[in-house]
Write a new protein. Structure first.
Lengths: 304, 347
């Protein structure tokens, strides 16, 4: 952790209930300047409510939030130019082109029109400058809405499920955009229900379920902390079950109609033993992921 | 100021690029103006058409009155048949020194008019034959009255109605769609005041009202319709501004309660259409029952109508603006205040 002075966001024990439902139940975290921080969890975990409280859109029942040393609630006009928020729905003005949208959002912050072109380039929409927002594809619209959140050059950027409902190619394009934004020195806080994506993008993640943070660390530390076995999957017929059991380091062997799966915490000797026997055809290695972390934490399979 | 300017221009573009908006703001009310304008074009100038048989000094004198139109027949039976069919109100047949009048029993007013004219003409011709000067004389002179040609009445009314449509619908739909699409949320997260956003949207509506006025007056002034503007027409400008703010505040109130655009446009219709009829947009309220005329006094469109009529065609001066302006300002303040109380940033 970096020191208090350089933390961009500090959230302490925030709580928020809707009737009986505890949407956010004692959440605390800090995010350092320049950090890419992910809040993960299934739908209904309380990610969006947490984000809205941090952005200053909602007042928590209890707890405190500090953005760049200031409280976002009540509406704090001094703070607003320093944060950029991309919302879950694509919120645009009617019938304006991509460039006009950016110019209009810039004007809300008293920023000149010049940055609009810059932002279009950043998100790869330069050739769509004169296209009306309603005629853009889902991925393009999502990128435009991120550009709108960045147009006034904020220090902290909040992105709520920016990759939701995108096809795999559009998601990957967006990852590049998000990495570029981090390179510009922005602090990014984003929510997602794609654990694989968070594992790739985030410096640190908080896994949320039922309104509370279950674990918070770098993705690799979380996975390592699991001490989970590596699964090696072989095509059926390359190795017999009893042969597999005799290999050094093998903990468990399972066989179904299609494949034979070896579980091990020492994948290196097992793999070299398999190589010696020429049993590498169609071999698949699956190491633990954040989904296994989620399973371990909640006892439930992860379902986005 | 730049924020205000670019917001206004963004909203202006958004507004004018929407074909539906253009239709309901300009084309739809204009259709009413054209249809009613054509329908009532000749009203009041109709001559009464009667069947005429024969000739002579009485028939010539009748023609000279200028208020009757003749359809000539050769036989009395054919002419009476026309009256029986209800096509003509009366037959006038001159045979020698007798003038015979047959009239339809159903249309007593028209028949009385025809009989009155015929009797008057016959008396005059009789007097002329005697060669004596008349004992009593009548002197008559025409007086300019304030009853209006249809187009003179329709243009201010339909223009005010159109301003109410674009004001109520414009603000209600913008508010609902911005809330639904979370544009309101984006605005709330930007260091811009709600007043700036609101006033730039009102400015677009005021601009629209002025454009409506220009277009409608231009169409009504075509020779086909023949609108004649009074010299004080420019006094309509403050009414357009105040009318827009009053209807805009009604739209804000509607928008505060509706979750979807469909609901908002239904609610706006529910307000605007009855308001148009109760305010005498299409038909004067002179014939309406007293209670209805009383009800209409609390409707802002009624007062905008009255004011527009006074300054656009009746040529009244600035004093004609006092009551309408006071009502419209009062309406804006009261409804606007309620709307701001019930305003919601999100659902």
């Amino acid at each position: 952790m970096t020191g208090v002075l350089t933390s961009a966001v500090a959230v302490a024990d925030i709580r928020m209930s809707y009737g009986d439902l505890k949407a956010v139940d004692g959440v605390s975290f800090t995010v350092a300047e320049g950090e890419f921080f992910g809040i993960l969890g299934p739908n209904g975990a309380g990610k969006t409510t947490t984000l809205e409280i941090v952005e200053g859109l909602r007042k928590p029942d209890s707890g405190t939030v500090s953005l760049l040393g200031e409280s976002p609630w009540p509406r704090n006009p001094k703070l607003l130019p320093r944060i950029g928020v991309q919302l879950q729905a694509s919120s645009f003005f009617e019938k304006l082109t991509a460039k006009e949208q950016l110019e209009t959002f810039a004007s809300l912050y008293g920023v000149g029109r010049a940055t609009a072109g810059d932002m279009l380039e950043l998100v790869g929409l330069t050739d769509k400058a004169d296209t009306q927002e309603s005629k853009l594809s889902g991925g393009q619209r999502q990128r435009l809405s991120i550009a709108c959140a960045l147009v006034h050059d904020p220090d902290i950027v909040f992105l709520d499920e920016p990759t939701a409902a995108l096809d795999p190619q559009a998601r990957r394009n967006l990852w590049d955009v998000l990495r570029d934004i981090q390179q510009r020195g922005k602090t990014i806080i984003y929510t997602t229900h794609y654990l694989d994506e968070a594992e790739i993008l985030c410096d640190r993640v908080a896994i949320m379920d039922r309104g509370a943070i279950l674990a918070m660390d770098t993705p690799s530390a979380l996975v390592r902390g699991l001490d989970a076995a590596t699964h090696i999957k072989l095509q059926l017929g390359t190795l017999r079950v009893d042969e597999a059991r005799e290999l050094v380091g093998v903990e468990e062997v399972a066989e179904d109609e299609l494949s034979l799966t070896i579980s091990t915490r020492q994948p290196a000797p097992v793999l070299s033993a398999l190589a010696e026997r020429g049993a590498l055809d169609g071999l698949q290695v699956r190491t633990a992921t954040l989904e296994d972390v989620f399973l371990n934490l909640t006892g439930r399979e992860y379902r986005a | 100021m730049t924020t205000f300017k670019s917001l206004s221009s963004a909203m202006f573009k958004g507004f004018y690029r929407d074909k539906m908006t253009i239709f309901f703001t300009f084309v739809f009310p204009l259709m009413f103006l054209v249809i009613f304008g054509l329908l009532f074009r000749d009203s009041g100038t109709d001559k009464t058409k009667i069947a005429v048989i024969g000739d002579g000094p009485v028939i010539v004198a009748l023609e000279q009155t200028g208020v009757l139109e003749f359809e000539r027949f050769d036989s009395l039976d054919a002419a009476v048949a026309k009256v029986q069919d209800g096509d003509l109100p009366a037959v006038v047949a001159a045979r020698g020194n007798t003038v015979e009048v047959r009239y339809a029993r159903s249309d007593q007013v028209k028949s009385a008019v025809v009989q009155g004219i015929v009797n008057g003409v016959v008396d005059k011709v009789n007097l002329g034959v005697t060669g004596r000067p008349p004992t009593f004389t009548v002197e008559s002179q025409s007086v300019e009255d304030s009853s209006l040609q249809a187009i003179q009445y329709l243009t201010p009314g339909i223009l005010s109605w159109a301003v109410s449509i674009s004001g109520v619908f414009g603000s209600a739909l913008t508010l609902v769609s911005w809330r639904k699409k979370q544009v309101l949320r984006r605005i709330r997260l930007a260091p811009v005041s709600a007043a700036t956003v609101l006033s730039s949207r009102v400015l677009v509506s005021i601009g629209t009202a002025v454009v409506q006025a220009v277009v409608f007056v231009a169409v009504a002034s075509l020779p086909l319709f023949g609108l004649k503007l009074a010299g004080s027409w420019w006094l309509a400008l403050p009414l357009l501004v105040l009318g827009t703010t009053a209807f805009f505040s009604i739209g804000m109130l509607v928008g505060a309660f509706c979750k979807t655009e469909e609901a908002a446009s239904g609610a706006a219709n529910f307000i605007v259409m009855p308001m148009a009829f109760l305010s005498g947009t299409f038909f004067p309220l002179d014939q309406a029952p007293a209670w209805l005329r009383t009800v209409s006094k609390v409707i802002p469109l009624r007062h905008m109508n009255d004011g527009m009529l006074d300054v656009l065609v009746r040529g009244k001066g600035i004093e004609a603006l006092v009551v309408p302006s006071a009502v419209l300002i009062g309406f804006t303040l009261v409804v606007g205040f309620i709307a701001s109380r019930v305003f919601r940033w999100e659902d």
